[in-house]
Design a protein. Structure first.
Length: 383
């Protein structure tokens, strides 16, 4: 196995975003400044590829190297965004919050639980939920929007491996394959209609703004929440009965990717993709709040509304912010499109993105970052 593939496989399971991690947040003049650096995994992989660290790692076999990468990839780093509040997880597992106090910007009531050991934070529009390294969930913010999880306290005290959020509700996946939900019922906080299906055997859970979708260990899909916006998948129940490997959500609809590279969509009729446009051969799908983009085996990108001329070939990676896309092409050039405020316009850093880029990632709902061969990090988009 190559170093690049080992790194990619490890990062697929990592809790931080791509190649860049948050090391600290400071508040000069009362405004937050997020300090970032290259992920340690990237630094190590570059050293190995460039033959700098052979003295240390030359005799390591693949299982040992995998262990090294997985330990490094467990370094937490994340920025979660509600509508008017923010929560950042630093590499030490500490959570820093700011913004509107009542919507999660003020977290003093759970300050002790957020001092260290946090590995992930999710956000509804007005509340946050953090997972600790012991699998416990800590919530704060607007009680009506998921900030109060007291009724589920027993379920959330341990064993939680993932939390996702709709606009006003959370869903937590436990290590035993069970899903627990809380928050506004119409936004998926009430999963009683599918309680039996969610009791066990869930492999993953995904959230749109008004609904949730669970991928089962048997590779079928279970949905709940607002029926008009993705909570009802009865029209495609046969297509979702088996072979599903991934589900992606935009604001009001879902897209499922199957083992044979087909896509299946459901949800708001104005947003659902005509999947016949992409047929088979899809290897990755990403979504903004408005549309999907699929990367196909031939290296071209197809979106749910149009096909950009400059992404019809040689694309190796694609990423999305809330309303824009970025594609990495063979040779290290980056192409962007969509809302300029959300990273769709990269003209200010065009020269830096013209070549030599090895990875791209959305670091917030507004902003992209690119990692270059020389270790330089290039950011563009809004605040």
């Amino acid at each position: 196995m190559t170093i690049q593939k080992l790194l990619k496989d490890t990062h697929k399971r990592a809790r931080h975003r791509g190649s860049i991690i948050i090391i600290d947040i400071i508040f000069p003049n009362g405004k937050p400044v997020i300090k970032r650096r290259q992920c340690t995994c990237i630094v190590l992989s570059q050293a190995l590829i460039e033959n700098i660290a052979n003295i240390l790692f030359g005799d390591f076999n693949e299982p040992t190297m995998r262990l090294v990468f997985e330990v490094l990839a467990e370094v937490p780093s994340e920025l979660a965004e509600a509508y008017r509040a923010y929560a950042a997880v630093t590499e030490g597992g500490r959570v820093v919050t700011w913004g509107i106090a009542a919507e999660g910007g003020y977290s003093s009531m759970v300050e002790k639980e957020l001092k260290s050991g946090v590995v992930h934070v999710a956000a509804t529009a007005r509340a946050f939920a953090a997972i600790t390294d012991r699998g416990r969930v800590v919530t704060w913010g607007d009680m009506r929007a998921g900030g109060n999880s007291s009724e589920m306290a027993g379920e959330l005290a341990s064993g939680v491996v993932k939390v996702v959020a709709s606009k006003y509700a959370f869903a937590a996946l436990k290590e035993n394959g069970r899903v627990v939900t809380w928050g506004v019922a119409d936004f998926g906080g009430d999963s009683s209609g599918v309680a039996r299906e969610l009791e066990s055997g869930v492999a993953d859970v995904v959230a749109a703004e008004n609904a949730f979708a669970a991928i089962m260990e048997k590779k079928n899909v279970v949905t709940w929440g607002n029926s008009y916006f993705g909570g009802d998948s009865s029209t495609v129940v046969r297509e979702l009965a088996n072979g599903v490997v991934e589900v992606v959500a935009e604001a009001s609809s879902f897209l499922a990717l199957t083992e044979d590279g087909r896509v299946v969509t459901w949800g708001h009729t104005g947003c659902v993709w005509d999947s016949s446009r992409v047929a088979r051969g899809v290897v990755k799908v990403v979504a903004t709040q408005r549309e999907f983009a699929a990367l196909k085996e031939g290296g071209h990108v197809v979106t749910s509304s149009w096909i950009a001329e400059n992404v019809k070939s040689d694309v190796v990676e694609v990423a999305a912010t809330r309303y824009s896309f970025a594609a990495l092409k063979v040779g290290g050039r980056v192409v962007t499109w969509g809302d300029p405020t959300f990273g769709g316009d990269s003209s200010k850093v065009a020269k830096k993105l013209a070549g030599g880029v090895v990875d791209i990632v959305a670091i917030s709902r507004f902003k992209f970052a690119a990692l270059k061969k020389n270790g330089q990090i290039v950011e563009w988009g809004g605040d």
